[in-house]
Write a protein that binds this ligand. Structure first.
Ligand code: DX5
Ligand code: ZN
Length: 221
């Protein structure tokens, strides 16, 4: 199974985003966390900045929306040219319609669930989805610890995807490091978000951190 690495720029230097985007050239995607201080108790960036990141990023954008009123806003993010747009299941009134709207605006459509949200309702529209994101921390902040209790949901999603025969990606986000990436892959993840593990506070080259994650991933995948 190919493993994709999607570094989260939440841990990058927001005053030097273009430089930090160029420091992850060996990644598959770039993960962009949009937070509105309503759905989560933190505020990051919005549409104008995502539009600009889209213009300068050498990598496809993996936009992760942690915002209320996803039905209204998610298609606007798809219109930026983002490769993928993930909305939070808990913030969408009509997920099935929203998936259609994101796809018709040109992006892959994906839905995220918080650690306490069951997977089953999401599996009801698996036939329309391009990716499922199982949050492995409470959304809102980087640098938290991986919640092992989310693994049964990841396994259930992997089983349903395999049964469907469709190429639906399965992403994890939160608390990924050289150890938890193994757990996530063993439980079925194929797309890995990593923020603090890539933009390490000790100043290690982010591309070296990506290589290290890939080496560990190769021992299981
Ligand atoms: C948290 C965000 C994550 C965050 C992950 O709500 O969705 O993408 O950047 O950060 P780490 O990898 O440090 O847990
Ligand atoms: Zn995220």
């Amino acid at each position: 199974m190919p493993i994709r690495i999607s570094p989260s720029i939440l841990s990058a230097d927001f005053a030097n985003l273009e430089r930090d985007l160029n420091r992850i050239s060996t990644a598959d995607l770039v993960h962009v966390d949009v937070m509105d201080n309503h759905f989560v108790p933190n505020l990051t960036l919005g549409l104008p900045i995502v539009e600009r990141i889209q213009e300068v990023s050498p990598l496809p954008l993996d936009v992760h929306l942690m915002i209320d009123d996803a039905d209204r806003w998610a298609p606007r993010y798809a219109e930026t040219g983002a490769f993928s747009v993930t909305f939070s299941a808990e913030a969408a009134a009509n997920p099935r319609q929203l998936i259609k709207d994101i796809k018709s605006a040109g992006s892959r459509a994906s839905v995220a669930i918080k650690p306490g949200t069951p997977i089953e309702p999401v599996l009801d529209y698996l036939d329309e989805l391009d990716m499922i994101l199982v949050m492995t921390v409470e959304p809102g902040f980087g640098g938290q610890s991986f919640i092992d209790e989310t693994m049964p949901k990841l396994r259930a999603a992997r089983a349903a995807i395999d049964d469907s025969g469709r190429d639906v990606w399965l992403e994890v986000d939160g608390g990924i490091n050289d150890a938890t990436i193994v757990t996530a892959i063993e439980n079925g993840a194929d797309t890995i978000v990593a923020g603090s593990a890539v933009y390490a506070s000790d100043g290690t080259d982010p591309n070296e951190r990506i290589a290290a994650l890939r080496r560990v991933a190769a021992t299981v995948a």
